[in-house]
Design a protein around this ligand. Structure first.
Ligand SMILES: Cc1ncc(COP(=O)(O)O)c(C=O)c1O
Length: 425
């Protein structure tokens, strides 16, 4: 595919003058291969178009929000209908109550809901609720896990002071002994234990939670009176129609949701059980746009599709088709490709590729064939993808493995040594 990128380059130049760093946060392509576009024009279904009009099958799904397809006709029609009636008003509409009723009907542990805008709002509110409930301070959470971009949890230290980060103790995900040690260290000041649905940290292999770890987290919270929080912001409704730890027979006290709950319209949610209800009612939380009715209309339609369609079974099957097909093609080309995480949220890492050189080359090759993959972050499948899309991506993958092989072969001996021994650095 011949791709132009002149418009993207021009926008980047202009952005450099008026946007700090040219771009910020997780949607900055600064840590992606050079040819990745920074700016996009539109999305439809499983595809998106960059600012130069190049089309991609998008395995990032806006980093999660796209569950049923970009510009979904029914969801967006519900949004527009409500927009015409009223969106940001002096108070909420009946949709807020309906949405809370829908969610408490779907998520086993949930007896109530609070709505907000970003995942960070919901995770922070979970912590505040747990502190209000227990009148204690410490949160025990997994090392390397992402819970948002506010000072207490941002992965970058710039601008953060010690007290923003105080009263946190870290454990290793899935490591029962380290969880027990962290809880013991917190002693009688433990307010909450946080856990992600699965270990979905960037740059490393993903792993499912073991039942022992999930049960131990529940048991430790029961024993100490702390609240158990499952952060579903990224994985919610891609693994289950309920809280994902229901599959392990473990119910949290609180769960934070966001990203796909309104299929791309801005909404996040804190769900909680009756135990935490009084504390949730006692904290002061709000935002100018937290009550927007159009987004809630979109969320109600999204939840209806979650309940009434076979989207979950379809994306699960597509994820398996992708995984099987890729494994076959990678091994035929002689590459060790580790595909970890659930099939609907996969992360791909090449063996012997500690500086991600192979991953970057392969991802660039995929991009040039119209498939947007990520070399070090988990990806997302959406229900607008078809078997033909997956098969097309597999064809692109096969050609990309071939191109990667040729790139290695075409290097001079010295370059080749540098490429292959990148791991030694
Ligand atoms: C697990 C998890 N929690 C919280 C957040 C924060 O969500 P937001 O970026 O909407 O504030 C994210 C965002 O990626 C996330 O993946």
């Amino acid at each position: 595919m011949d791709r132009t990128n002149s418009r993207d380059r021009e926008l980047r130049d202009r952005a450099a003058a008026v946007i700090p760093g040219g771009m910020y946060g997780h949607q900055s392509v600064g840590l992606l291969p050079d040819d990745y576009p920074q700016f996009f024009e539109r999305g439809e279904g499983a595809h998106l178009w960059d600012a130069d009009g190049n089309r991609y099958l998008d395995f990032m799904c806006a980093y999660g929000p796209n569950l049923f397809g970009y510009a979904h006709p029914e969801i967006d029609a519900a949004f527009v209908r409500q927009l015409e009636k009223g969106d940001t008003l002096t108070g909420p509409t009946a949709l807020m109550v309906e949405l809370a009723e829908a969610l408490t009907g779907m998520v086993t542990h949930a007896d109530w809901a609070i709505f907000c805008k970003n995942g960070s709002d919901a995770t922070t509110m979970a912590l505040t609720t747990a502190r209000a409930h227990t009148r204690r301070r410490i949160v025990v959470r997994a090392k390397g896990a992402y819970h948002g971009a506010l000072p207490w949890c941002t992965p970058r230290p710039a601008g953060v002071i010690d007290t923003d980060r105080s009263h946190q103790i870290f454990y290793d995900y899935n490591d029962v002994a380290s969880l027990e040690a962290a809880v013991a260290e917190a002693g009688d000041d433990l307010a909450a234990v946080f856990a992600a649905p699965f270990k979905h940290d960037a740059f490393i292999d993903q792993s499912d939670p073991t039942p022992e770890y999930a049960r131990k987290a529940r048991e430790l919270c029961d024993r100490t009176g702390a609240l158990l929080v499952v952060d579903e912001v990224r994985a919610g409704f891609r693994l289950d129609r309920d809280c994902s730890w229901s599959r392990l027979g473990v119910q949290p006290d609180l769960s934070s949701w966001g990203k796909c709950v309104a299929n791309g319209h801005p909404l996040s949610i804190l769900l909680g059980n009756d135990k935490a209800r009084a504390a949730a009612a006692s904290i002061y939380v709000t935002g100018s746009f937290w009550y927007q009715a159009a987004t809630m209309a979109a969320a109600l339609e999204t939840l209806r599709l979650i309940r009434e369609t076979d989207y979950l079974e379809r994306i699960t099957a597509l994820g398996q088709r992708l995984r099987d097909g890729l494994a076959e093609r990678a091994s035929a080309a002689g590459f060790g490709l580790r595909q970890t995480g659930p099939g609907v949220m996969p992360l791909f890492l090449f063996d012997d590729d500690p500086d991600l050189r192979k991953g970057f080359c392969w991802s660039s090759e995929m991009l040039s064939r119209g498939v947007y993959v990520h070399p070090w972050h988990n990806m997302f499948l959406c229900a607008a993808m078809t078997e033909a899309d997956i098969d097309g991506a597999l064809d692109a993958a096969e050609a990309s493995f071939g191109a990667l092989k040729r790139q290695v072969r075409d290097l001079t001996p010295v370059e080749k040594l540098a490429f292959l021994s990148a791991g030694a650095r």
